[in-house]
Design a protein around this ligand. Structure first.
Ligand code: NAD
Length: 355
């Protein structure tokens, strides 16, 4: 049984952080959500937690060391789960600086605050403390279509400014463990999808464009492969990594669900045609448009999650088919959440292929 009963979650107003906050509160942890509230954040996704005695929110920037230090001193959490980041690959190509600032400089500022805080703890609290860094499989670069899978031993070879900044942050987290003894665990996950996914990412963008009978943009030839995981399965894995992961280790998390982008788009079209046919009777696959490929677009990601399965007893509950249908149903039933974001905050002009 873990001694961790309270967790500071950074980036808890984002897509995965929100799923983590909802899960941990439901499971009885005291959760302190620290988030800057960038364009990607949405507190509406956490409305269900308002008024919960074991949930607190602080608006703060991870780069602001003194503020983070004072929140840690006040809240006296048992662990930190670090998800705050700039995450959208296309945005990192247009403007990499903020990715370096938040993902690299911000992670180092957070590590410093965590180290100072950990050093104030004593006895059992100090032994139990964990800094869990949440990262991506994109740090490993890409694979050929017929090449193997990423394991924990795969060398880092990031391609985009986003993945380079996450790779750098992973290295700093390991360095704070090796150099200063900070108790850390890391996890690298494949592409997530599910409820409250920001409408600029591939799956929600395609669901919502298809629902509205708009064109469905697909990069290049659409044969790029991603390994998909339902977000609640990721949240379950993160809880296990935090509470049962071995110090200094990293765990690959993935759903063994490799799909080509065009395959994902076609599946969404077919699901929506069956649930809400277009008034014209037209099949939604006819809305697919191939557009100029993203520069440096990674061909394939694929994760081997054997270590997390064997050492932590984690298994994804959703297959890609069940998870995708749940996600489509969720978007059909929750336009109160996505419609204001799509209409007021985000034009829907960009594409995404996940994180
Ligand atoms: P997201 O973009 O939905 O949310 C990121 C959150 O971080 C937002 O709420 C934002 O306000 C907050 N944030 C950004 N800069 C901040 C700062 N300087 N200080 C405090 N908060 C800040 O991201 P996500 O998709 O939920 O991803 C969460 C984490 O998981 C990231 O670290 C990402 O690299 C990693 N990851 C994501 C995926 C994926 O498929 N989405 C896959 C693997 C790993």
């Amino acid at each position: 049984m873990s001694d961790i009963a309270s967790v500071l979650v950074t980036g808890g107003a984002g897509f995965i952080g929100g799923a983590v906050c909802r899960r941990l509160v439901r499971r009885g942890y005291r959760v302190v959500n620290l988030d800057k509230l960038t364009y990607a954040a949405d507190l509406n996704a956490l409305r269900g937690l308002d008024g919960e005695a074991n949930y607190r929110f602080h608006q703060a920037d991870i780069c602001d060391g003194p503020k983070v230090a004072s929140i840690l001193a006040d809240e006296q959490v048992h662990a930190i789960m670090h998800l705050a980041a700039e995450t959208h690959v296309d945005r990192s190509i247009d403007g990499p600086d903020v990715f370096v600032q938040t993902n690299v400089v911000g992670t180092v500022a957070l590590l410093n605050a965590a180290l100072d805080y950990w050093r104030t703890l004593d006895g059992r609290r100090r032994d139990a403390f964990r800094f869990h860094h949440v990262s991506t499989d994109e740090v490993f670069g890409d694979l050929d279509l017929d090449e193997g899978v990423f394991t924990e031993e795969t060398p880092y070879a990031p391609s985009s400014p986003y993945s380079a900044s996450k790779a750098a942050s992973d290295h700093f987290v390991r360095a704070w463990h090796e150099t200063y003894g900070l108790p850390v665990v890391l996890s690298n996950c494949s592409n997530n999808y599910g409820p409250f996914h920001f409408p600029e990412k591939l799956i929600p963008l395609i669901i919502l464009n298809a629902l509205e009978g708009k064109e469905l943009p697909v990069y290049g030839d659409g044969r790029n492969v991603r390994d998909w995981l339902y977000v609640d399965d990721h949240a379950a894995a993160l809880e296990l990594v935090l509470t049962k992961g071995e110090l200094g280790q990293n765990y690959n998390i993935g759903g063994r669900a490799e799909r080509s982008n065009i395959g994902v788009v076609e599946t969404i079209c077919d699901l929506l045609d069956a649930k809400v046919p277009l008034a014209s009777g037209e099949a939604r696959r006819s809305l697919i448009r191939f557009v100029t490929d993203r520069p440096g677009h990674d061909r394939r990601y694929a994760i081997d999650p054997t270590k997390a399965e064997q050492d932590l007893g984690w298994h994804a509950e959703e297959s890609f088919e069940t998870g995708l249908e749940k996600t489509v149903d969720w978007f059909l039933q929750n336009d109160w959440w996505w419609r204001p974001i799509r209409e007021q905050r985000y034009s829907g002009a960009r594409l995404g292929t996940g994180a």
